[in-house]
Design a protein around this ligand. Structure first.
Ligand code: GRF
Length: 223
């Protein structure tokens, strides 16, 4: 049954224990912490893992009483070895959903295979436009009039997995990469808790490269 569910892209029931992976500031981590505290997100953050000891997000986690782990990628012979170490830390805490929140590492097969359709990433553009680094700068340089944020499931394709939530923001005359980034960030902080809650609610499937949420049944029918 489990094999069948995986083959047609349906998730197992996903445990509400989150593992959040960061490398820096951690404002999206903070948005998840705040959403949980406000009752907008029914989840627990089991652990915050950073590949950098100086990530400011670690202080945010500690202030919220969340366990933190610093796991530097340096010293691991290969990328896969580092990913396997991450898997070990996450599984040791029974994490059901991994949230990449400014985690500046490519994740590979060991992590993706251990958490199939159970890893989310947040990216500051309307994917598939502007994947990779400096998405806001790419948007300014391209001259687009609208940009935004994407939360997507993580696959081996960089910033290419099924899209769960997108929110758009205008690009205004005179915007710089920094002013656009600030406008997008406000939407990121709304989009990430929303996407996590959708995944945990469980009524969704993956078809091809698409994330498909079940249509809500009408609560009343007018005649
Ligand atoms: C965000 O812009 C996110 O979209 C991108 O990295 C940045 C992380 O910011 N993946 P923060 O560390 O969550 O403040």
């Amino acid at each position: 049954m489990r094999l069948f569910a995986k083959a047609i892209g349906m998730p197992r029931r996903i445990d509400r224990r989150l593992g959040v992976l960061i490398s820096g500031r951690g404002s999206n981590l903070q948005a998840l912490i705040d959403a949980i505290a406000a009752g907008r997100l029914d989840a627990t953050i089991a652990v915050v893992i950073s590949n950098r000891a100086d990530a400011a997000g670690l202080d945010r986690a500690r202030a919220a009483g969340i366990e933190t782990v610093t796991l530097s990628h340096r010293g691991f012979p290969t990328r896969d070895d580092y990913d396997r170490a991450l898997v070990k830390e996450l599984q040791a805490r029974n994490v059901g959903l991994v949230c990449l929140a400014g985690f500046m590492r490519l994740v590979g097969a060991p992590l993706i295979d251990a958490f199939p359709n159970q890893i989310l990433n947040i990216h500051p553009s309307l994917l598939p436009a502007f994947p990779g680094l400096d998405a806001q700068k790419q948007a300014i340089e391209h001259g687009v009039k609208v940009s935004g944020v994407t939360v997507h499931l993580v696959t081996t394709e960089l910033d290419g997995g099924p899209i769960v939530v997108q929110r758009a923001v205008p690009v205004l005359a005179g915007d710089t990469a920094e002013t656009l980034a600030a406008r997008i960030l406000e939407e990121e902080h709304r989009a990430y808790p929303e996407a996590v809650q959708m995944i945990l609610n469980g009524d969704w499937r993956v078809e091809g490269r698409c994330f498909v949420a079940a249509a809500k049944s009408p609560t009343s029918v007018s005649t």
